[in-house]
Design a protein around this ligand. Structure first.
Ligand SMILES: Cc1cc2nc3c(=O)[nH]c(=O)nc-3n(C[C@H](O)[C@H](O)[C@H](O)COP(=O)(O)O)c2cc1C
Length: 146
């Protein structure tokens, strides 16, 4: 009789201990989630893409970093003819040759969604910027400022 009672007490104590362990582990999980949420960075992935390559890469970075992916959209979108760097009269060649370097250029292709970009960048902790190489330099739209 006493033996049975002892066994029952032991079972009850084991059960309570297991319960305490489960609750403690759940607490640790909650604390970890809270810390993660508190340290979660606001990431923005900005990109300009003429033919889609940079776009695909930006999307992959956005997925990996859980960042917000935003396209830099030209107010006057680039057509295939605009991108023809073999034609000395094409838009890209004219933009490229407008100055010794894009920083000095007077050509500032306007950005259609500049307001939205500024808003997102202001709140961001980290900003990735992606763009294609055009005529051995980055394209001029990256130099456009407000
Ligand atoms: C106008 C123009 C100029 C380019 N100039 C260069 C260059 O100087 N050097 C280079 O390696 N690639 C050059 N490329 C190739 C692009 O950098 C490459 O195809 C890039 O992946 C395009 O990215 P996107 O699809 O996001 O526009 C040029 C492409 C274009 C359309």
């Amino acid at each position: 009789m006493m033996k049975k009672r002892g066994k029952n007490v032991l079972r009850a104590v084991s059960f309570i201990l297991a319960l305490v362990m489960v609750i403690s582990l759940a607490d640790v999980g909650t604390a970890e989630a809270k810390t993660k949420a508190a340290t979660k960075k606001n990431i923005v992935v900005l990109y300009f893409s003429g033919t889609g390559t940079t776009k695909a890469t930006a999307k992959r970075i956005g997925k990996k970093t859980a960042g917000k992916v935003i396209e830099i959209k030209a107010k006057n979108p680039y057509t295939d003819a605009d991108l023809d760097y073999g034609d000395e009269n094409s838009r890209v060649v004219k933009e490229h040759e407008s100055a010794a370097s894009p920083a000095q250029s007077t050509v500032r292709p306007e950005i259609a969604n500049l307001k939205a970009i500024k808003k997102a960048v202001k709140k961001a902790d980290v900003v990735y910027i992606g763009y294609p190489i055009w005529l051995a330099y980055h394209n001029l739209i990256q130099c456009t400022q407000a």
